[in-house]
Design a protein around this ligand. Structure first.
Ligand code: TYD
Length: 204
């Protein structure tokens, strides 16, 4: 049995968390065995690393390595077993976030990221990635007042525009897998786009 691996991406404040819940409901209504996970995190070890990476001051390369250390544990102990059991695994962020944040935002070399991704994932790749895209200024306005910003969310607008460009570059390289959703509209408008993608990809 092989399950389905779907990831959700976008800059902080894009609203992806709301839509993951709707996607989970959509698959459950069609009888799928849905499992939700997230990165950084998704395992006890990776959640500990998440706390560290989002709170403690550190350099960009350390940040990247911690993201991939957590991802390795997540792939081995959660993602691969879930897919082997035929589950529909919905993951709030995956490797594209490292390309966008540490590659685009921090400016780390993409060749290093490619190598780490090959090692860590060993071919485990989402079959579909929904990328919630909107201008950095609009995302910042949505985040304002939501809750205290973590270390990465405290970055300036330029950083988030670079992250956004990182996602765009990634999407251009994997047009069959990464689908851009215009996240600048209302929850209903964005949700309608998401449902349209799902209906097209997974006809009953
Ligand atoms: P997120 O799940 O969006 O946190 P929350 O919705 O609870 O605020 O992700 C946490 C942060 O981690 C976010 O700023 C993006 C960042 N991140 C990276 O920089 N690299 C990565 O590889 C991943 C998975 C996340």
């Amino acid at each position: 049995m092989t399950g389905r691996f779907i990831s959700f991406e976008g800059i902080d404040g894009a609203g992806k968390s709301t839509h993951i819940r709707a996607v989970a409901d959509w698959f459950r209504a069609r009888g799928a065995d849905v499992q939700l996970s997230r990165e950084p995190g998704g395992t006890p070890l990776a959640e500990t690393l998440r706390d560290i990476v989002l709170k403690e001051p550190m350099g960009s390369l350390t940040e990247l390595l911690l993201m991939f250390a957590g991802r390795r544990d997540h792939v081995e102990t959660v993602i691969k077993p879930a897919l082997a059991a035929g589950k529909t695994l919905l993951c709030d962020r995956f490797t594209d976030a490292s390309f966008a944040y540490q590659g685009g935002g921090r400016g780390l070399p993409l060749a290093v990221l490619e190598t780490l991704a090959d090692w860590v994932q060993e071919g485990t790749e989402p079959e579909l990635t929904l990328w919630f895209d909107l201008p950095a200024a609009q995302a910042a306005a949505r985040r304002a007042g939501a809750r205290e910003a973590d270390r990465i969310e405290q970055q300036d607008l330029d950083f988030f525009e670079r992250v956004r460009a990182g996602y765009a570059a990634r999407a251009a390289k994997a047009p069959g897998r990464i689908v851009r959703v215009d996240a600048s509209g209302t929850v209903e408008q964005v949700g309608a786009q998401v449902l349209a993608v799902l209906s097209e990809r997974y006809p009953c």
